[in-house]
Design a protein around this ligand. Structure first.
Ligand SMILES: C[S@@+](CC[C@H](N)C(=O)[O-])C[C@H]1O[C@@H](n2cnc3c(N)ncnc32)[C@H](O)[C@@H]1O
Length: 239
């Protein structure tokens, strides 16, 4: 996979690309990455990429010409152009999984008051990180890139992402590490039993309990057994 970020602040991505798992994956060549300053595409004689909004109002808007020229310059027939905007579809794990299959992702980071509306006609999808407003698209883009890159083959162990929260529609089951007892709190005995089937069943039940307790909204899309449905009803009654 190749990731191209169109941004006014390419240096924002230095931290992402030089840290931990993402850095190792990049160095192993599991994906390629470029952050391109779209300022270099402006034809405006003073190098501006923004201007005041028609009709008045606060702030500056990113202009069509530099951004649309930058998209044309980096796009190929296998590219998917993603505009970062609070007005887009909310990014979720299912979307990360889908985008991890793409050949080339181009992220378009806005700034100031956002984009001239006509730029939307040149993108394939519009994605939001959530219902809040950031100063720029860069933090949202870095978060999305991280979630997508960790799903690429070879970046982390497949069985590690399979059980992650949201992967099967549920929150992940509780996990424990050493010591066995801390401040009087013990690790559940089943996890020390070495009985794989009992551990699997316990984890599934705990994932259902956790999801019903913290994010019951997620359960609408999950197929539960009759016994699990009963368990959920009992938990919801106590809430
Ligand atoms: C201050 S925001 C502009 C918000 C715009 N005036 C609006 O109300 O929709 C500047 C840029 O930050 C990015 N941004 C802000 N919030 C975001 C979010 N929740 N998800 C993704 N990108 C966001 C977008 O790229 C946006 O163009």
């Amino acid at each position: 996979m190749k990731i191209t970020v169109l941004t006014l602040f390419p240096e924002y991505f230095d931290g992402l690309m030089n840290t931990s798992i993402i850095k190792r994956a990049y160095e192993k060549g599991l994906f390629s990455f470029e952050a391109v300053d779209f300022r270099k595409y402006t034809k405006e004689k003073h190098g501006h990429v923004d201007d005041t909004p028609y009709g008045g109002g606060a702030g500056m808007l990113l202009m069509c010409q530099p951004i649309i020229d930058a998209i044309h310059a980096v796009r190929t027939e296998n590219s998917l152009v993603i505009m970062l905007t609070p007005q887009g579809e909310t990014f979720q794990q299912t979307k990360a999984t889908q985008l991890a299959q793409a050949d080339h992702l181009i992220f378009l980071c806005g700034h100031y008051e956002g984009f001239d509306e006509r730029i939307r006609d040149y993108v394939d999808i519009q994605m939001s990180l959530g219902d809040f407003v950031l100063t720029g698209g860069e933090p949202a883009c870095a978060v999305m890139c991280d979630a997508i890159i960790r799903l690429l083959p070879g970046v982390i162990r497949q069985d590690s992402s399979d059980d992650d929260s949201f992967s099967n529609g549920l929150l992940e089951y509780p996990q424990y590490t050493k010591p066995y007892e801390y401040d009087g709190k013990k690790v559940p005995d089943v996890l020390l039993s070495g009985h794989h089937e009992n551990i699997r069943k316990w984890r599934r039940e705990q994932a259902v309990i956790k999801t019903a307790s913290y994010r019951p909204d997620l359960l609408k899309k999950v197929k539960l057994t009759e016994q699990e449905q009963k368990l959920v009803r009992e938990i919801l009654k106590t809430k």
